[in-house]
Ligand binder design. Sequence first.
Ligand code: FAD
Length: 538
Amino acid sequence: MQSFSNSNRNKRLDDLKERDLDLIVIGGGITGAGILLDAALRGLKVVLIEKDDFASGTSSKSTKLIHGGLRYLKQFKIGLVRESGLERRIAHNNACHLVHPEKMLLPIVKGGSFSKLTAGIAISVYDRLANVQKENIRKFLSKLEVLELLPQINPDILKGGIQYSEFRTDDARLTIEIIKAARRNSAEAFNYLEASNFEYENGKIKSVTCFDHTSKKKISLSAKKIVSATGPWADNLRKKDDDNTSSSLFISKGIHIVIPKSKLTIQSATYFDVFDRRMLFAIPRQDVVYIGTTDTKYTGDKNNLDCTAEDADYLLDASNKMFLQTFTKEDVLSSWAGLRPLIRKEGQGPSELSRKDEIFISDSGLISIAGGKLTGYRKMAKRIVDMVSDDLGYNNSCLTKEYKIHHNPFSDYSEYRRFTSDLISEYSNYKASDLKFLSSSFGKDAIFILEHAVSNSTSIDESICSYCINYESAYFPLDILERRTGWLYFEINKAQNKLSHVLRELSDTFNFEVEATNQIQTDTQNKIDASSLSNLKV
Ligand code: FAD
């Protein structure tokens, strides 16, 4: 297993100076990660820089679905649905422990977006565009069958339902695994390294000035090509490059809330109608269900974003209309808020704007890519790396379609299932739910993490913490509690309980000073408190 740690960060940064880089990728979300891997597999010398943690932007705040987007079919965006539909299968094949098949239930309700007939036609087109295998094509359900899966749905408005195939993922872990895969192929990547300025020669960008948030030092990096994959921040960098650039993005905010499964009994992920003709997802995960999302114009601070009570009210109201149970803010264990970088079009509101990606090239040579979806990251990366390779005169082709992302991958989903059940029988002194979490988060590295726990007489959670520091470049507590484990969202008690251990281990590894450690503790605690609307504290 390849080390990926900030403890040898300075040496890794020094080594970069020796390399004649082809490409600098700015932004460590799924788009930047995809570009890094694609370029590395084609033999380009490439580095990625991320101002915060990897996946700390939109790529840890999505609905976590790898999906074709049924709602885009309603808008007749056939090309987008076909591409996403085909990409779903590729994402599953290449990282099956992270991209799981998920049956999605669409209840048909009185006054809803779909009748049985229109839903049946739409989903059959959807299945056909995505080339869904016969055994997974849509299935009509009676009212009784829907009630078995979703006993709390309001029976007075329910007419029946349809179940169809989607995939669910962990967006942040997918991003981090892709970055690790790129590093195994000679790429380099740094979190907490911000592109703060550009330097020019004859009107063309020559190098990027980077601010290292860990050492508070500036460094300069040069490469033949610079790509900005900064998502919602793309306009900020474009304006840094050229003052006169007009905004290309419409920023839309989307939030999710997390409630206990004991409050909403749900046997299947569900896509349900809202009173304003939008639709929401309710997705079970571990012991909770998350519900989302909203789609509202956002003009505030992009670096400081939380779910507000008003945002949550919309989701709570909508859920209270669909289910018999009444949910209140006290039920919200956790939440997250993300920003969609949508391509601006005059006269269109957030829900109408296209989810397509777009590439902008400035006179100075800065290539920016924004928009798109998590699901389409591989194709977005291919478009960029095709273009960069052509410009550099390299004759290569994209290799990511068949490339398994994990260093020790499962050959297919049945091997993943067998591995998980063997793990549960072999390590029977541990909780099955913890072992399932390990294999669905870290794949076969679950065994490495378990053996480390056994040989060091520590808990699995503490072993995960060491793994994230040594092999996944974690530097601050939220890197572990939020993005590498998802505890902040799906097991907020654990995030709270593990904070002091995680902080101690990070501070020992990176020699944080006492004052800095105290500040990090306060900042992390504030973030944990802000996630929980019920203000849960242990
Ligand atoms: P980001 O993930 O935001 O990455 C950009 C990165 O650039 C950030 O990490 C940022 O810190 C960094 N950066 C910015 N400026 C600098 C700088 N100067 N120097 C260095 N780094 C910098 N898609 C799906 O397919 N399925 C879904 O279920 C889904 N659900 C969604 C739900 C919501 C609420 C939202 C908001 C989006 C959803 N999407 C979904 C869309 C998907 O999440 C995004 O398209 C995708 O995550 C965007 O990734 P990105 O890498 O382009 O941007």
